[in-house]
Design a protein around this ligand. Structure first.
Ligand code: NAD
Ligand code: TYD
Length: 354
């Protein structure tokens, strides 16, 4: 079996669902259920004995050690993290605690477990750490995309904390021989994406008749990847990645934010026309820029294509259509995750905006 951490979050839940759709290998899903973790994303697995959900902290060494001892996983895929840049600007402490300190405790528990495995199990064991392109910093318009050897230049508390965790993972391989793999992926989008991030926020706000808040001039560029493509890349790296290596994952799909927002408006105009028949683009509002806002991210995903034969299946056009269709069909999920704490965040974060 495998142990997935953060498997009730956006990417983790997609990963667990895809994994169990393609394999009978069981999954222990360790998730703290912070505001970003939603068991509603896993309801289709209720009663499925291949999925063992445990609510807990990756930084709880006693819990992690006992789960490892009891279930003897052959691999760990570490998604658990605080993941939202804007939240890291308002309150960096949780990011330092989870992404650095708790990841360290997880690595320690895993090192002890791995050391005590017998030779064959030790040989095949893998610790796959899920990271982000944001550790590489920001690119100008004409600079080449981030390759694996690009220097780390994180600019936000979020990306700095992820960079620190990547370094710890690397050090545990270099120093202790722990068989690690690291993936650095670009911006994901798709089902179960918490509506504080750009794409789901725009869909949910548009449908609710609320402003669509575009930071600064809206010309910041991100490289978007459909979440199921990220999940297939992770499976490929787990199967065939070379121990100690880093693989960048991306969609070859750079777009300025304003183009993303306009595309969402155009598709919603077709799929769920506003009652006044005007375009959702009328709701676009330019707001104060994010402090330290990275201008451009772009991933050079040629290593994973060349060495592991992976490439994305979805284009942005096909992926965004699937995503919007999912949000239209899953209003209950949206209503569940946008109660209470979500409302407080939205009010606090956007309150100073015109
Ligand atoms: P998310 O915020 O949607 O989910 C994170 C999950 O981790 C939640 O279910 C949360 O409850 C859980 N969690 C948080 N702290 C925990 C702890 N201490 N112990 C156990 N569980 C804990 O995040 P996501 O977007 O699914 O991202 C998953 C991973 O992928 C993160 O490591 C993130 O840095 C990385 N990543 C995300 C993107 C993206 O576009 N979303 C892109 C590249 C990499
Ligand atoms: P986000 O989804 O938070 O991902 P990240 O900051 O990790 O790339 O934001 C994506 C881009 O969209 C980023 O350039 C910030 C911008 N953005 C807005 O313009 N308005 C918003 O309300 C949000 C949440 C993001």
């Amino acid at each position: 079996m495998i142990l997935v951490t953060g498997g009730a979050g956006f990417i983790g839940s997609n990963f667990v669902l895809d994994w169990l759709a393609q394999s009978d290998e069981a999954v222990i899903n360790l998730d703290l259920l912070t505001y970003a973790g939603n068991r509603e994303s896993l309801t289709s697995l209720l009663g499925d004995t291949r999925h063992i959900f445990v609510q807990g902290n990756i930084g709880d060494s006693t819990l992690v050690a006992s789960l490892l001892q009891q279930h003897q996983p052959r691999a760990i895929i570490n998604f658990a993290a605080e993941s939202h840049v804007d939240r890291s600007i308002h309150g960096p402490a949780d990011f330092i605690q989870t992404n650095i300190v708790s990841t360290f405790h997880l690595l320690e528990a895993v090192r002890i477990y791995w050391n005590n495995l017998h030779t064959d199990a030790k040989q095949v064991f893998r610790f796959l750490h899920i990271s982000t392109d944001e550790v590489y910093g920001s690119l100008t318009k004409d600079e080449p995309a981030f390759a694996e050897a690009h220097p780390y230049q994180p600019n936000s508390p979020y990306s700095a904390s992820k960079a620190a965790s990547d370094h710890l993972v690397r050090a545990y391989h270099h120093t202790y021989g722990l068989p690690v793999l690291t993936t650095n992926c670009s911006n994901n989008y798709g089902p179960h994406h918490f509506p504080e991030k750009l794409i789901p926020l725009m869909i949910v706000n548009a449908l609710a008749g609320k402003p669509l808040p575009v930071y600064g001039d809206g010309q910041q560029i991100r490289d978007w990847l459909y979440v199921k493509d990220h999940c297939s890349a992770i499976r490929r790296v787990l199967d065939a990645g070379k121990v100690g290596e880093v693989y960048n994952i991306g969609g070859w799909n750079e777009k300025p934010n304003i183009e993303i927002v306009r595309t969402i408006c155009t598709l919603l105009d077709q799929l769920q026309t506003r009652t006044d028949r005007k375009s959702y683009s009328e709701q676009i509002t330019y707001v104060t820029d994010r402090p330290g806002h990275d201008r451009r991210y772009a991933i050079d995903a040629s290593k994973i294509a060349r060495e592991l034969g992976w490439k994305p299946v979805e284009t942005f056009d096909s992926g965004i259509r699937k995503t919007i269709a999912w949000y239209l069909a899953n209003q209950d999920w949206v209503n569940n995750v946008t109660s209470g704490a979500y409302k407080n965040w939205i009010e606090q974060h956007y309150k100073a905006q015109p």
